[in-house]
Design a protein around this ligand. Structure first.
Ligand code: ADP
Length: 449
């Protein structure tokens, strides 16, 4: 087993990883930026090294400084968490070249899956259903017109190197196509340095259903079931559930089989997520594979009892999977708490109790700076049934106290009272449909309990 691992991340996920490593008796070296000096991961790691100023390019994305620190401290592996360098194939390759284990899949797999059009092609070759669309990247606007005529409007133009919803444009008719094609291209160029785009049929108000997979270096792959992550604001997830309520047992089985097929096709050997969009008739289509641990991984851990971060580290260290399947039991919901302003936390109460898990790096006196991701806590609940989980989530959000900064806590609390959420059957149009009503209720202050 590993003796010392470098953690190249910050916030709640750095803490989550440090905690797992500690429980495995592995020492940790954390790299951090100047504004993160007074943070829980810094205090909790065995060693903490400041590698640069606030700008991510000079700190959390500073590949050379991170690798040099790993070598200097004798770390055998680097855990990249999510975001930052976690899906950077070049960095994974550099780790390999320096005899450091990158805790994630091989750089070839990251590169292949990071190019969404290439991933799509691979899935087609392996009989994984993909959204009808272009066979390759679109070379010209004429090609875009031709493809759209073939698959039929509405269509979606997507960046091959896309992520975080950037470089994506919906097109409802021929007259909108040229402008959408050009803006998607320039947005993709600015965000990813790669302006290649492709086309998919726009599925109207689909559910975002994703499958958690876990694979080792010996060809063993298991699927840990599905998550419904359809509550999104600007393509950013706000709340996730496992299992996905209202998907038939037969489709769940098919989804698990498809996820295993996709992971095997990719030659996968770590934790990963296979993402699909699903229509009302439970037709589902591959959209992309994320080659890292995801923000929403805890809901799967809660319903399967499998510690994903621990297993991610174990398989990276060369261990074989000890299980050949995962059983899903009960229901789990994660709610993301985002800071809407920066400032110092003046008062904090983290709820606890049966079926409650809160992943956060906050403490009273901690300063939330504007430089990084605004997510400051994940509230995760577990219940025997979905209803129990929903009621527990409400109770936890009522108990949670975060003072000193504005957060989306009240918004999320009221969200749990919306009809579609209670029903459990909702799609990616949820946010847009409910946002106004929730904000209205916040304004008049007459909600909930
Ligand atoms: P990114 O990597 O930028 O997040 P994804 O391909 O994962 O992009 O898609 C993000 C979200 O966009 C999905 O969760 C889904 O809500 C929506 N989406 C993606 N592809 C389609 C599609 N073909 N039809 C309808 N919605 C889609």
């Amino acid at each position: 087993m590993l003796k010392r691992v470098l953690v190249a991340n910050r916030g709640e996920i750095a803490l989550r990883i440090i905690r797992s490593l500690r429980e495995m008796d592995v020492e940790t070296v954390l790299v951090y930026s100047e504004p993160d000096k007074n943070s829980l991961p810094v205090i909790t790691a065995n060693y903490a090294v400041c590698i640069g100023p606030k700008e991510p390019v000079n700190s959390y994305l500073n590949e050379n400084a991170i690798i040099e620190t790993a070598i200097h401290y004798g770390c055998e592996a680097i855990h990249p968490g999510y975001g930052f360098l976690s899906e950077n194939a070049e960095f994974a390759k550099k780790c390999e070249e320096n005899n450091i284990i990158f805790i994630g899949p091989s750089h070839e797999v990251i590169a292949m899956m990071g190019n969404k059009q290439a991933a799509r092609k691979l899935m087609i070759e392996n009989n994984v259903p993909v959204v009808p669309g272009s066979e390759d990247v679109l070379e010209s606007v004429e090609e875009a017109y031709e493809c759209a005529e073939k698959i039929g409007y509405p269509v979606l133009i997507k960046a091959s190197s896309g992520g975080g919803g950037k470089g994506m444009r919906r097109v409802y008719g021929r007259d909108e196509l040229e402008k959408a094609y050009l803006t998607a291209k320039s947005e993709a160029k600015a965000a990813f340095g790669d302006d290649s785009v492709y086309m998919e049929k726009l599925i109207i108000n689909p559910r975002h259903i994703e499958l958690q997979v876990l694979a080792d270096h010996y060809g063993n792959v298991i699927s840990l079931g599905e998550r419904n992550c359809s509550i999104q604001k600007n393509n950013q997830k706000l709340l996730e559930e496992a299992p996905a309520f209202g998907v038939s047992e037969a489709t769940v089985k098919k989804l698990n089989d498809t996820a295993i097929l996709a992971a095997k096709a990719a030659g996968y050997n770590s934790v990963g997520t296979v993402e699909f969009v699903m229509d009302d008739d439970e037709n589902y289509y591959f959209i992309e594979m994320n080659t890292r641990i995801q923000v929403e991984h805890p809901v799967t851990e809660m319903v399967t009892g499998i510690d994903l971060v621990r297993w991610q580290i174990r398989v990276a260290a060369g261990m074989k999977l000890a299980m050949d399947k995962a059983e899903v039991k009960g229901h789990s919901i994660e709610c993301r708490i985002n800071a809407l302003t920066s400032g110092v936390i003046t008062n904090l109460h983290i709820p606890s109790g049966y079926g409650v898990r809160v992943e956060t790096h906050l403490f009273t006196g901690y300063e939330i700076t504007p430089f990084y991701d605004p997510m400051i806590a994940k509230v995760i609940v577990y219940g025997d049934t979905r209803l129990e989980a929903v009621r527990r989530l409400r109770r936890v959000l009522e108990e949670l106290v975060i003072e000193g900064v504005k957060t989306n806590e009240e918004f999320m609390h009221i969200l749990t009272y919306q009809k579609d959420f209670i029903r459990g059957y909702y799609d990616t149009s949820f946010y847009q449909k409910n946002e106004k009503n929730i904000n209205q209720l916040i304004k008049v202050g007459k909600h909930g309990a």
